[in-house]
Design a protein around this ligand. Sequence first.
Ligand code: HEC
Length: 505
Amino acid sequence: MNKVLGIIFIAVAFAVGMYLGGGSSKPVITTSAGGASYGGGYDKNADADVNSGNKTTTALAERTANGKTHIVNPGESIMEAVKAATPGDTIQVMPGSYHETVYIDKDDIRIIGVIKEGKRATMDGQGKLNDAILYSGNNIVVQNMLITKYKGNAIMGQAGNNFEIRDNIIVDTGVYGIFPQLGKNGIVEGNVISGIEDAAIYVGMSDNIHVSRNEVFDSVAGIEIENSRHAIVENNYVHNNTGGILAFITPGLPIKTTFDVIIRDNFIVNNNTANFGAPGSTVAGIPAGTGILIMAADEVIVEDNIITGNKTAGIIITDHENAPNTTIDPEADSKPDKIMILNNLMMNNGYDTIDEAKALMLTEFKQGQPDILRVGTSRDSCIINRHRYVTVGVNDWAECSFTNTDAIDTYILDEPVPPREIKGSEKGKIAYLGICTGCHTYTGRMIGPPVQIIQALYMDNPRGLADYIANPVKKRDDYPEMPPQNYLDEETRLAVAEYMLSRTN
Ligand code: HEC
């Protein structure tokens, strides 16, 4: 947090002049029953995916209607059933224990755990396996599973559209619980997720997403909307994490924006768990006790949440410049603009806040426990009923011109969107940034060895590198094993190898 400290003292000098006389007179009281609604930032008519004429709907309905059901019993393998399945099929997994990683690289596959008298189909990584379910197909459903003790991801999607991840229980599965990446038109609903080192639900580089009715707890980040657009996060119970709900831009990824995120009707309670994120990761910089964190994201609406007992602050809004563990990406706008805070119930937040917040409060002659803390620059933001909260840095925000988001039910589309076309030339870059950089950096040791070392080993041999990642063997005593990347198809493995070898930073 050192970085925050330095910058804040510079900010103080400006702020004192700005906020003098701010405290003030007659509060503007705004009811959200009635009044104008936020119009939303999504225009279906302007969406090339929706209007491409590449309609998959009929075909999907037909394929699913004619689909077969495969039953997997304990002692059998879910992966074998996926291999035997054709698009449109359903795989029913009977209660019992399964120790495996399942890759789904075809479309229209549904994996449904059968629950019998409370017993679930349980995927148990036994602390050894990296991932439980990885999909790259479209129209994938994963439902009613219990997933535990994996080291990497419970359910991760790579570029699959129209996904539905529902009603799963995920306990202690390493870095990410549910992690759809580069997906469009997807639902994450009714899951119970706990004990995750990074984000329990991590929506990355995705569009048109609905995250609702989940319970997430005992994790570093509860729900994370990252480099994604048109997302609604509603009716979730988010408690006892380090940070509750996050909307932000991670610098350096191929998709550079996060905007149009509605965070509403959530319970965001007691997110005070000491940060146990991997050192250096973005989430390792979250101060324990953060209810909602908005970093560099634009058009984020916070409405009708119950936000209580988060010891640092109920809502923190920051730019990249003031945030710990982030770099500046010249291609990404580092400022959180158009943040809109409507009515929320906030109580007992900020009771043990960080020194930086206290220092900022002094500049506004405020005392007490901060509900809302804004650091750095934020343009065109607004708030209603600001007198209800202890706030820092929002005195100069406008009154919002609307009071609710009633006009927007969902950003989920009536019809599935066609599969994402990733150009051959983009495949390597996206896989590298989305997967490899989680464990490898250019110069330094992270979970895996530095890219520079790898370049020295494989400089003229991208094929050899591609073969290694499909089937890694243990090479170094002082590193863990690298998980196999054989869920990437051969073309992508070669593309990512070439991309890794071409890096210069
Ligand atoms: C979950 C962490 C993780 C991810 C993700 C990961 N790696 Fe690794 N990687 C490792 C570790 C750990 C090692 C060291 C393994 C050893 O030496 O036994 C390693 C080693 C390597 C090596 C060295 C092989 C050799 O011959 O010495 C290459 C090449 C490599 N990774 C490429 C990649 C590529 C390409 C990606 C992305 C598609 C990737 N890795 C993703 C953890 C990871």
